[in-house]
Design a protein around this ligand. Structure first.
Ligand code: HEM
Length: 135
């Protein structure tokens, strides 16, 4: 194959649809957390204003999926797993389940047309969430 015809594989960031789709998933996730009583315990762990979280999770998932790395550049040495170990309210099995359920609904709403992609994103986030459970 000549150099001209070689194509770089798409990153997950590109397959997801880039920043607009990631922002839509994150906003949908926090909208559900704010409005659905099934996620009350999870909501109560968060600060009253979710605006900073909407920005931070969008930036994190952008970098995590292979897009621009601003989130990490603005937070040298940051580790999202250890950040969750230091939360005043530890992550429990119940709140991890709520996080995964709300995220699953948000992913389905925006990536339902591509079940393989939706499943792989949710599977990866589920593994991370299970790793954050402290009690
Ligand atoms: C296991 C279930 C999870 C629970 C219960 C949980 C809960 C929380 C809470 C309570 C905060 C602080 C919010 C605030 O100050 O208002 C937080 C921050 C954050 N979480 Fe989670 N989280 C979970 C999973 C995840 C996962 C899987 C990711 C990454 C994909 C993630 C990414 C973040 C980010 C980026 C922040 C903000 C860090 C910052 O900007 O300082 N969380 N989380």
């Amino acid at each position: 194959m000549s150099e001209e015809t070689q194509t770089k594989p798409m990153t997950p960031f590109e397959r997801l649809g880039g920043a607009p789709v990631i922002a839509a998933i994150v906003n949908d996730f926090y909208d559900r957390m704010e409005s659905d009583p099934a996620f009350k315990e999870l909501r109560d762990m968060h600060a009253p204003d979710l605006t900073p979280m909407r920005e931070s999770l969008t930036g994190y998932l952008t970098a995590w999926s292979g897009g621009p790395r601003d989130w990490f550049e603005q937070r040298p040495g940051a580790c999202v797993m250890s950040a969750h170990n230091k939360l005043p309210t530890p992550v429990t099995q119940a709140t991890a389940k709520q996080w995964i359920a709300a995220m699953g609904q948000a992913i389905e709403a925006h990536l339902g047309h591509d079940q393989a992609l939706a499943n792989s994103m949710l599977d990866a986030l589920t593994q991370m969430s299970i790793g954050m459970v402290r009690s």
